[in-house]
Design a protein around this ligand. Structure first.
Ligand SMILES: [Zn+2]
Length: 287
């Protein structure tokens, strides 16, 4: 079904992707899964109003109340809708919870040209995770089980992903991004590649990325290629003595030139330049 914020599609019976519409306020993707007698929601979009539509859709489609809500990582475009799920068990890593505490929508506006503060002002309630996992949690439902994994520092230092072993579907959060520049500055790019390597043993037929359309297992490789390509590009020019502005003035590597969200390219170049010098993360605007 089509909504103002996202397009909801049933990937497999009982497994749904909510793909954010470009230019609208949901910004991040989400999903929901019928576990049998209860429903799990993966990520809560960028705005409570959008999350309310997501919850209604999830409960109508599955016929079950939402029992579990997962925050893939702390970025506000994946967590600002948490208050709609405050009566559920909200699951994240400890680091995600710590990053969220006290940072309510403070860095979410403007994102992608949208002033979310206008839409969210006066209605936002800090709603933090209540169940913290370290590296793995299995939720056994009546009809299917869902596995949650944390493999370390990658897009952020707290990314969770969800895997359905029978359906072979992976909800990746921002660990995997389809056809767009992937923000690196809140995590560790070289470790991100390693984390994606660790997904290799998983049998995967479909991936719901953090942004962009549902893809196949090849989107993991594409995300790795993106990270490697851009790291190499910045390092090669930095070694030649180029400044960040000069690197940005140089032609973008061909493989990257067709990707969406060009503004992230500039931020990544500036981040990678600084990161190479200091090892300091450049997290500013969450995406
Ligand atoms: Zn993110």
């Amino acid at each position: 079904m089509d909504h103002p914020y996202f397009t909801c599609t049933e990937i497999r019976p009982g497994v749904y992707a909510a793909i954010a519409k470009e230019g609208m306020e949901a910004i991040g993707n989400a999903g929901f899964i019928d576990l049998g007698e209860e429903t799990l929601v993966f990520d809560t979009l960028s705005l409570p109003q959008a999350a309310a539509v997501l919850r209604t859709e999830a409960e109508e489609r599955t016929g079950n109340r939402v029992k579990y809500t997962v925050n893939s990582h702390y970025h506000s475009d994946h967590t600002n809708g948490n208050q709609i799920f405050k009566d559920t068990v909200i699951i994240s890593t400890a680091k995600t919870k710590a990053e969220m505490a006290g940072s309510l929508i403070s860095e979410s506006a403007p994102v992608q040209g949208l002033d979310l503060m206008d839409l969210a002002v006066g209605i936002m309630e800090e709603t933090l995770p209540t169940l913290l996992i370290e590296d793995k949690l299995v939720l056994e439902g009546k009809t299917r089980s869902a596995e949650l994994y944390h493999f370390g520092c990658a897009h952020s230092c707290s990314d969770l992903f969800l895997y359905l072993p029978v359906e072979k579907i992976l909800f990746a959060g921002d660990l995997v991004l389809a056809d767009r520049h992937a923000w690196m500055g809140c995590g560790r790019p070289e470790e991100w590649i390693t984390v994606l390597d660790r997904m290799a043993p998983f049998k995967i037929e479909a991936i719901v990325p953090g942004h962009g359309p549902v893809g196949g297992p090849e989107t993991i490789q594409k995300t790795q290629d993106y990270i490697r390509e851009l790291m190499d590009h910045v390092m090669n020019l930095k070694i030649k003595g180029r400044t960040p502005d000069e690197i940005l003035a140089a032609p973008m590597p061909k493989k990257l030139s067709g990707l969406a969200r060009h503004s992230v390219y500039e931020r990544n170049v500036r981040f990678l330049f600084e990161y190479a010098e200091s090892g300091v993360l450049g997290c500013r605007l969450p995406v």
